[in-house]
Design a protein around this ligand. Structure first.
Ligand code: PAF
Length: 284
């Protein structure tokens, strides 16, 4: 096992360490997380390791991206285990603000509000404040850690597009890299929220990815998108999900698409199984 990573709990401590690395001309990668780490997060850390000399993993359950009806208070918090897992991956530093007011001091009054096609519909239609909360905290993380690269999972595909656009729009001097979704052997995308699934729901959950993959295959074969998505929606609901959306979008801009020729395409889905909301996406 590699050494335990340092844990910085204040912006000053974080910046002191990053300045030391910079003085030694070392490059820095950031992996933003909300903790409750799983193999999907660890794959991001491994990618970050390959792209920079030093790796920071931030762990902060960001209240600004949860609606009052959502699971902020019950979101899994497993800090000691997370740090042990990061030690195995030889992460250099864990950026874990000591409390919420380190990130949002008294009187905090500034927000990043993403706009444009990458925001049109999908998650934004169901979680209207989510991306404001994500963009604000991610902008802060980028400014605090000043990394050369930041790694995000493709599992949160719209988030990846929104953050990539934000970094470009605000001239933030870093590269945002997307990493492929890591799946359980039965295809379910790994997520910190999978622990909410009951055994019966867990057995049904992989249907989401199965349907998504089948739709992608049929669309790639040239079948009409509208018909295939209608069949997909029906199959997901038949399996017991309450569907939020199943859509085909342009993979880069996330603009709606009418045919395969408007590609490259991405299929994106969100659906509730009992109390758990699952999202997933695949390339066509
Ligand atoms: O994907 C997540 O875990 C969060 O949305 C992020 C990017 C860490 C911002 O809080």
């Amino acid at each position: 096992m590699a050494g335990r990573p340092q844990v910085a709990k204040t912006v000053t401590a974080l910046r002191r360490e990053v300045a030391r690395w910079r003085a030694a001309r070392e490059t820095v990668a950031l992996v933003p997380t909300m903790g409750a780490l799983h193999e999907g997060h660890l794959s991001l850390v491994r990618l970050a390791r390959r792209r920079a000399d030093r790796v920071i993993v931030s762990i902060f359950v960001n209240p600004a991206q949860f609606a009052p009806s959502e699971d902020f208070s019950t979101y899994p918090r497993t800090f000691a285990t997370d740090v042990a897992m990061l030690a195995e991956e030889a992460a250099d530093l864990v950026w874990a603000p000591a409390n919420v007011s380190v990130m949002y001091p008294d009187g905090f009054a500034t927000r990043i509000v993403p706009e444009g096609p990458a925001l049109a519909g999908l998650e934004d239609a169901f979680r209207p404040d989510f991306f404001k909360g994500v963009a604000t905290v991610v902008a802060k993380l980028f400014i605090q850690a000043a990394p050369d690269v930041a790694v995000f999972g493709e599992k949160d595909y719209q988030q990846l597009r929104v953050v990539t656009r934000m970094a470009r729009d605000l001239d933030l001097p870093l590269k945002v890299i997307g990493a492929p979704t890591v799946r359980e052997p039965d295809g379910l995308a790994m997520s910190s929220r999978n622990v909410y699934l009951t055994p019966d729901e867990r057995a049904v959950a992989p249907t989401l990815h199965r349907v998504l993959s089948l739709c992608a295959k049929k669309i790639a074969e040239g079948r009409p998108i509208d018909t295939i998505l209608a069949e997909g929606r029906e199959a997901i609901e038949r399996a017991g999900f309450v569907l939020d959306y199943l859509e085909a979008r342009h993979a880069e801009t996330l603009m709606p698409v009418g045919s395969i020729k408007d590609g490259p395409l991405r299929l994106l889905v969100a659906a509730k199984l009992g109390k758990t909301r699952l999202i997933d996406n695949v390339a066509v």
